[in-house]
Write a new protein. Structure first.
Length: 63
């Protein structure tokens, strides 16, 4: 089984949280909630992480 980290088609903004949820076999809603808490409680450094992942992660629909 060869899994790749890619943006998901199950997207709210860019598909980053959905892609992480698919890769780690989690519920996308839980990943989004955890990401929101991470962003709020780390002085919005999660926003920078999201933007970097948005740029770096390949899009599943293009593959």
């Amino acid at each position: 089984m060869n899994k790749k980290l890619m943006k998901s088609d199950d997207r709210v903004l860019a598909g980053v949280c959905g892609g992480l949820a698919e890769y780690f076999d989690f519920d996308p809603v839980l990943v989004r909630v955890a990401y929101a808490f991470l962003t709020l409680f780390t002085a919005f450094s999660g926003l920078l992480l999201y933007i970097v992942l948005w740029i770096v992660m390949p899009d599943k629909s293009r593959m």
